[in-house]
Design a protein around this ligand. Structure first.
Ligand SMILES: *Cc1c(COP(=O)(O)O)cnc(C)c1O
Length: 324
């Protein structure tokens, strides 16, 4: 099918780049699971890494376990003075080194961190993505635009009810959006009654194992200090409540993995996502601002080469004097 051929071509182009940059071999038919955005604790790149470590543990328990092959891609800038964000990059690349080189993993999981992510690389990244990671804690993201770029390029979204994820889900339909995690109201009520990450840690076996493996230095040549700031923040005073969303995220990822293996279903969902994103066009958005926020009228400009319509109006504004 033509839709899949376009996606495959974009994936092959990306595979060629990472193979050249870091000698990582990737099967382009695997799921391309991508999180590109500023590195920040609220964006919860470390929740994504906890999923990778959880899959890694499943493979170590049983090397023949059924697993959907995935390439995990991360990219984004960290502010120079933001210690935790810089440490998060180290965390991602350290888990990548172990996972990419473990013979038990057998090329089923690959992790790649894009150096110096920018808009130009974005042109290559958004169209090659199967799964878009929009996993901030509900209530933290104002809007997000990356989520829109992915969806209009045929990626499915795994995400929380945060920022523009809410509107994207309304447009593409709840059956075509992988929703997980607490709502804003649930976040507020848990914070009011005191969020205790330790309760989750002690009651969730796979979460505890993932955290223990990281704390023991498995991904850092035995160094137990390097990821201590991340682990301690998650265990003791995490504003971003990763542990509260962990199991819901893992369960949702398992559903995503299963659906991806049904090629015709995934293709259908991908097409629906792209087709239903019309609302997010920049023309519609600027028109909305003109009417509701700026209260400005369109002004026809006549360029030498341009033949304007009879009435000189390129699009119809709100009637003058009427404020919404
Ligand atoms: C779109 C974009 C962003 C913003 O991504 P969000 O997911 O909306 O935070 C950041 N950096 C680059 C290069 C982008 O193209």
């Amino acid at each position: 099918m033509a839709w899949n051929e376009v996606k495959l071509k974009n994936k092959q182009d990306f595979v060629a780049i990472i193979n050249q940059q870091q000698r990582i071999q990737v099967d382009p038919s695997s799921m391309f699971d991508v999180q590109v955005k500023r590195i920040h604790e609220y964006n919860r790149q470390h929740l994504n890494v906890l999923h990778i470590v959880t899959l890694y543990n499943r493979i170590k328990d049983n090397p023949n376990t059924e697993i959907t092959p995935r390439l995990f891609v991360f990219g984004g800038k960290a502010a120079p003075g933001y210690f935790m964000a810089k440490r998060m990059i180290k965390f991602i690349t350290s888990v990548a080194r172990v996972v990419n080189n473990d013979p038990d993993v057998r090329d089923r999981l690959k992790v790649f961190f894009i150096p110096n992510y920018n808009v130009k690389i974005g042109h290559c990244v958004y169209p090659m993505t199967d799964l878009s990671e929009q996993i901030s804690l509900a209530g933290k993201e104002a809007s997000g635009t990356g989520n829109m770029k992915f969806s209009m390029n045929g990626a499915l979204t795994i995400g929380t009810l945060d920022g523009a994820n809410v509107e994207i889900r309304e447009e593409v339909g709840p059956d075509n959006f992988y929703l997980f995690g607490l709502t804003v109201e649930e976040v507020m009520s848990r914070q009011a009654s005191g969020y205790r990450p330790m309760d989750y840690y002690y009651s969730n076996e796979s979460l505890k194992r993932a955290i223990d493996l990281i704390a023991q230095g498995h991904f850092s040549h035995g160094d137990r200090d390097i990821f201590k700031p991340i682990v301690d923040s998650l265990l003791y005073d995490d504003q971003y409540m990763l542990f509260a969303d962990y199991q819901s995220y893992i369960d949702c990822q398992d559903t995503v993995a299963k659906t991806f293996m049904d090629k015709s279903k995934w293709t259908r969902l991908s097409i629906l996502n792209a087709c239903r994103m019309g609302k997010f066009s920049s023309d519609r958005s600027i028109m909305d601002y003109s009417r509701k926020i700026w209260d400005v009228q369109p002004f026809p400009i006549k360029l030498k080469w341009q033949q304007l319509p009879e009435n000189g109006v390129l699009f119809s504004p709100a009637p003058p004097g009427k404020k919404p």
